[in-house]
Design a protein around this ligand. Structure first.
Ligand code: 5GP
Length: 180
């Protein structure tokens, strides 16, 4: 398949939509089994996880609720993991089974901060469901990543909700940056 141009960089398909969809269904079935009768509260991190979250909640058979949050980090830094606050969480999560829905866990620093902030609100349990994990970049090794769809190499990717400079989120497949 020909690479596509997004802004000033070329990307090629590394994971077709059919493979993503099949795996999301599998993970959804696993969550349905694990949380039967418990009405989990999905907390999806905007913006990158919005498409994954939409597919995931529809693949879970047990009733659930969903909330969307933003994590605000210090400006001018990239992926420092210094999450200042959680924006947009109006729901009371005390006593709830929370499943954080994330697009990609890279260093894991963002998730570490987020889990810490949510734990202070006294949920019954917290699990992470990440579409992607880059295991070679992971710096935090005790994260509760109970569900992950795919482990991927360290390359930069976009599509299926993930962007390059705001672009590419609408693409149904996942693409990897062409580096040569
Ligand atoms: P962490 O704190 O785990 O290092 O950062 C995770 C965040 O970095 C993800 O939620 C995502 O926004 C961003 N990120 C990490 N790797 C990639 C990538 O390959 N492509 C895109 N589009 N975003 C990424």
């Amino acid at each position: 398949m020909q690479p596509i141009l997004v802004k000033d960089k070329r990307f090629k398909v590394s994971m077709p939509a059919s493979k993503i969809q099949a795996r999301v269904q599998e993970v959804g079935a696993q969550i349905s089994h694990d949380y039967e009768g418990r009405t989990p509260m999905f907390i999806s991190v905007l913006t990158g996880a919005f498409i994954f979250a939409a597919d995931l909640v529809r693949s879970v058979a047990t009733p659930s609720e969903i909330a969307f949050i933003r994590v605000a980090s210090y400006e001018g830094t990239d992926s420092t993991g210094e999450v200042k606050e959680v924006l947009g969480l109006k729901e009371d999560i005390a006593g709830r089974d929370v499943i954080i829905v994330e697009d990609i866990v890279d260093t894991g620093l963002t998730m570490q901060e987020l889990v810490g902030l949510l734990e202070k609100k006294n949920p019954r349990s917290i699990a992470i469901c990440s579409l992607l994990v880059k295991p070679d970049k992971l710096q935090v090794h005790d994260l509760p990543i109970k569900y992950r769809c795919f482990d991927i190499p360290n390359d930069f990717i976009l599509g299926y909700g993930l962007d390059y400079d705001g672009l590419g989120r609408e693409l149904p497949d996942i693409y990897t940056l062409v580096t040569e």
